[in-house]
Design a binder for this molecule. Sequence first.
Ligand SMILES: Cc1cc2nc3c(=O)[nH]c(=O)nc-3n(C[C@H](O)[C@H](O)[C@H](O)COP(=O)(O)OP(=O)(O)OC[C@H]3O[C@@H](n4cnc5c(N)ncnc54)[C@H](O)[C@@H]3O)c2cc1C
Length: 596
Amino acid sequence: MPSYKAPVRDTRFVLEEVLDIGQYAALPGFGELTPELMNSILEEGARFTEEVLQPLNQTGDRSGCTRDANHAVTTPPGFKRAYHQFIEAGWGGLSGDPAYGGQGLPHVISTAFEEYLISANMAFSMYPGLTLGAIAAITAVGSDEQKALYLPPMVAGRWTGTMNLTEAHCGTDLGLLRTRAEPAPDGSYRLTGTKIFISAGEHDLSENIIHLVLARIPGSPESVKGISLFIVPKFLVNPDGSLGPRNAVTCGALEEKMGIHGNATCVMNYEGATGFLVGERDKGLRAMFIMMNAARLGVGLQGLAISEVATQNAANYARDRLQGRALGGVKNLQGPADPIIVHPDVRRMLMTARAFNEGARALALWGALQVDLAHLAPAPEARQDAEDLIGLLTPVIKAYFTDQGYFNATNAQQCFGGHGYVRDWGMEQFVRDARIAMVYEGTNGVQALDLVGRKLAAHGGRALRLFLREVTTAVENARKTPATAEAAETLGCALADLQGATGWLMRSALTRPEQAGAASTPYLYLLALVALGHVWLRMLVVAERKLAEGGESAFHANKRITAHYFFRHALPETAVHRARVEVGADPVMALAAEDF
Ligand SMILES: Cc1cc2nc3c(=O)[nH]c(=O)nc-3n(C[C@H](O)[C@H](O)[C@H](O)COP(=O)(O)OP(=O)(O)OC[C@H]3O[C@@H](n4cnc5c(N)ncnc54)[C@H](O)[C@@H]3O)c2cc1C
């Protein structure tokens, strides 16, 4: 049976020692987040996820969700009870708007908790996760009446939310979508069409489900410019907030899929269902992107969270499993063999994952802090900077974290040898669960295109310039101290790779757009590694300072070891990615389609 221990000490290191979130105490929400409250949220969150949700992870995977003849969907045994415990404890509303019953705490603390939630049970985490995305969209573009009617029960978790974009013939290219929304005399709309792959589309956890649906109003352009966003409640809602009649939306089937079996992935049939326009007509995609940006960071967190739990189990196994003898001399004199953790190749897998997990945690929490600062920083320039940085890094976090999360999950499985391939150890579930995060919320290939096609060029490259400036300053400062000089030097080289690749991209893509398409994924990896290098340098600086002050030596000394692994082993990969960018599109595009 796999186990899970929430990495509370490491989260606290990032929040308190690296990001120093105490410095933001004057901002709304941060003032309430005293060190005592923060610790109790992390400790309680750890307890809840380890004791209530993790034990349901394997059983939920095995039993999955079921659908009956009346289209009702039942979640795995234990999910309903756990969900009620979840909402009673207020976990879903940690950073919800107090105007709608939320606790108003910073996004950065709810992100820390969400990592634990996903590690413990990714399938379960998606029910409240989708709701947060729906809340973000209604908050951003809903009318005051819509907010007052829908948000309080959603923030409380009594109602959940979904996002309905995908149709059988259109996933990435939403301009093709066919679901129709006919205006009704009372100002509402009647929606007709079929959506597929809808996460949490139907289930038994909440009293109502608020579907956010993209559809086209007759007469609107047949492209992404003609898509509008609608609220379609499972049960129509009376003006006083009580539930009215059942709407004409049903779950037509459950998808039989590779992983996250405890989460219902539904075909949703809209048969003249009553819907309400959210935001402006034909501007639905823009509204949905608000939801998707928040959701993309959440999906990036899935990559980290699965990598973390898989690594923990692999490390535990590697300490126990006896095979062969250490190359440098016998370590386990009393036993018939040494534990496999002595073997450098096993360590390579564990250290690669560990360096990613700790770096990704710091980058995810830094990113969540930018989301907070983009709304709350007192100076408009500071809000703009935070928004630019998180806008630039959202596709990077989504794609790199999930690619790497899957890679680390398979490496963790590899540490188990053949035992990783069988069900009981739970490792193959981590691999299956991690796989989908590379696909939904926009495939990772599409994230890379978003980065090179949109984010780099936005506002004349303002976001990238700011990012490069921040990394350059960090490198220059760290160069001055012997303990951090080597790491700063390596990050300086990686930065030069990024600058070189960016210059090449800017020059080449202008004349031939295929160059940008071919370069997009290696460029995203390159930027991801520099971003991780930046947070690792910050962590190393703190660890060295604490060690010099005689702080908590074991924790900070291990941080130093892992930092050096990252700088010496992982970061030099930027040179390969730069070479892949600068080789251009020809090697990728040369073979004729019929010759594949
Ligand atoms: C378990 C699960 C849960 C999901 N949950 C939801 C949900 O809650 N709501 C929802 O609306 N959808 C959901 N989806 C759908 C998911 O978002 C889509 O599957 C995804 O966006 C890709 O669309 P597609 O499957 O049609 O692939 P396609 O768009 O057909 O893409 C196929 C391949 O081509 C590539 N490709 C396509 N276009 C381009 C391009 N222009 N340039 C480069 N490469 C390109 C893609 O990267 C991909 O590798 C879910 C899917 C699954 C499997």
